[in-house]
Design a protein around this ligand. Structure first.
Ligand code: 6LW
Length: 536
């Protein structure tokens, strides 16, 4: 009988979920900026920006706003996402995700090729349509459907611009009108319009996406304004005395959603700095969540005073967690998980899971990681400061410039490459550091084979690099390198560190193949609050 009651209880919890207080921010970790969210029934969907990476615009699904699982990408075909020679942090800027009349819409800007566009799908996991282009030179577009059936394109500019447009063709139907410039901080952008209690609420990001970032809001009885600014703007920022000591900085660029139970929530970007007042971040801008109090006819308040924490002490929706993925990817599969990303449009023939059973083949081409090209690379996000990544690599360099290995890459001018390469006639393991004009081999060890395991351990301030020759005992340590030279503050841009397997023949045409038997990525069990460990 006891067993029966426990069984019923377990099934009830699995279906109903566990209501609780508290969760950990960010809710989507690693480079996942500019989140936009929509709800359909009990399901929440969220999209983030992806810049020069392919496929583009990851789509996530949740049933509780806290646990998220990637279900695909919006842009999976070259015809939807041309990224030819896209500079680092160009390509796809901030998207918006909306649901209207049975269709999902993603609207976005490819700043490298084609500008503003939107795609549609009957399910956010895809397949998504070919892009419909909208001829407005701007970034951060959104679509707003009014109750009278009219559709508006809402986008950035010197002030936020609104124009009526034809949702079937993308054709503009009216002049653009500047409606609100924010409260005076730089870069008014990231607009979203919500209609509530007879008001049009226009919420935007201001201050730029760095440390002065904020969210402000205004409202009007008419879509074109005049808009009245919220008296307690900004409604979210850490650029004030309340946020100055917070390990999360740069909060801004928000979107709102109303949950099934009537509660309101904001998703927004922010970044975790590596150490108290260090002002370096390496994980890129991540997706955070905060509760919103939005009384009838009143202004929305984000988490009370407009700041948020890593450990959020607020009531949540009943939790519906997903099963987590195993740390190791064995390449004995037909397709890889959604976490894997190429740099720009991949040259398909340079990758194979079929050529040798259980192995990922990456073919070296003359392109290097230093270029804005379709270099042979397959990587995933660094999602925590504390992690271990490792891979088994077999690579026999033919020429002097042949190399393959694991890279930690922030952009094409800032990366650490743990690689197998020739030095004279001997194979060696090297750590190459590229940080702007600083370009050198930091550590090198000759090896006797071409079969190795490479391993990187991450911590807030240092990466540590190891290797092991196949069939030998322990990993040997090559050395440490500061994380800060891969930080956004040093490298610039809008992305975060990616951990990738790569191969290159460095300007020469050798076609040498690198074979990866497995790849492993595991995050540590410590949450770092300002560089101080907290076990979770
Ligand atoms: C994005 C803009 C921003 O388009 O950064 O943080 C730009 N906000 O809204 C790139 O992510």
């Amino acid at each position: 009988m006891r067993k029966f009651i426990l069984g019923v209880l377990f099934i009830a919890v699995a279906f109903v979920g566990i209501a609780q207080t508290g969760y950990i921010n960010p809710v989507i970790k690693g480079f996942n900026p500019d989140p936009s969210i929509c709800r359909v029934g009990d399901d929440y969907y969220l999209v983030t920006s992806s810049f020069e990476y392919f496929p583009g615009l990851p789509i996530y699904h949740s049933r509780d706003l806290i646990n998220w699982q990637q279900i695909g990408h919006c842009l999976t075909r070259d015809s939807q996402l041309p990224l030819h020679q896209a500079n680092a942090s160009d390509g796809l800027f901030a998207p918006s995700l909306r649901y209207h009349d049975g269709l999902f819409y993603v609207v976005c800007t490819n700043v490298s090729h084609g500008g503003n566009f939107y795609c549609t799908a009957t399910h956010p996991a895809g397949l998504w349509s070919e892009p419909v282009h909208v001829k407005i030179n701007s970034i951060d577009p959104d679509i707003f459907w009014d109750e009278d059936g009219k559709t508006y394109f809402v986008t950035q500019g010197d002030a936020i611009r609104v124009t009526e447009f034809d949702i079937k063709t993308g054709r503009l139907l009216s002049d653009e009108r500047m409606v609100w410039g924010g409260v005076g901080a730089r870069f008014p952008e990231a607009p979203h319009i919500y209609k509530k209690d007879g008001y049009y609420y226009l919420m935007i990001g201001e201050g730029g996406t760095e440390y002065a970032h904020s969210v402000t809001i205004a409202r009007s009885r008419h879509i074109y304004g005049p808009y009245e600014s919220c008296p307690s703007n900004p409604i979210l920022t850490h650029c004030n005395h309340l946020g100055q000591g917070n390990p999360i900085q740069g909060v801004g660029h928000a979107d709102l959603v109303q949950a099934t139970d009537g509660s309101w929530w904001a998703v927004f970007l922010g970044f975790r700095v590596t150490q108290a007042y260090s002002y370096y971040h390496i994980l890129g801008r991540e997706t955070f969540l905060a509760p919103v109090d939005w009384p009838k006819n009143g202004w929305p308040q984000i988490n009370g005073n407009g700041t948020v924490d890593l450990m959020m002490d607020v009531p949540t929706l009943p939790l519906k967690p997903f099963v987590s993925k195993p740390a190791r990817t064995e390449f004995d599969v037909d397709t890889l998980g959604f976490e894997w990303q190429y740099l720009r449009n991949p040259i398909r023939e340079n990758y194979s899971l079929k050529e040798k059973k259980g192995q990922l083949m990456i073919k070296a081409t003359p392109y290097t990681l230093d270029e804005t090209e379709s270099v042979s690379f397959l990587g995933r996000r660094q999602t925590e400061h504390e992690f271990t990544a490792a891979a088994a690599l077999a690579f026999q360099p033919k020429g002097k410039t042949d190399e393959a290995g694991l890279t930690l890459i922030q952009n094409n001018t800032h990366h650490y490459d743990l690689r197998l390469r020739k030095n004279g006639n001997q194979n060696s393991i090297q750590l190459r550091v590229r940080a702007g004009s600083i370009d050198y081999i930091a550590f090198e060890q000759p090896i006797n084979s071409h079969d190795v395991e490479l391993r990187i351990e991450g911590a807030p301030l240092y990466y540590t690099f190891y290797y092991k020759e196949a069939g030998t005992g322990n990993y040997k340590k090559l050395g440490n390198m500061d994380t800060r030279y891969l930080s956004t503050e040093v490298a610039g841009g809008f992305t975060g560190v990616m951990i990738g397997m790569y191969a290159s023949s460095g300007g020469k045409q050798t076609g040498t193949k690198a074979w990866f038997d497995w790849f492993e990525y595991e995050i540590g069990s410590n949450l770092y609050i300002y560089g101080v460990k907290k076990s979770i």
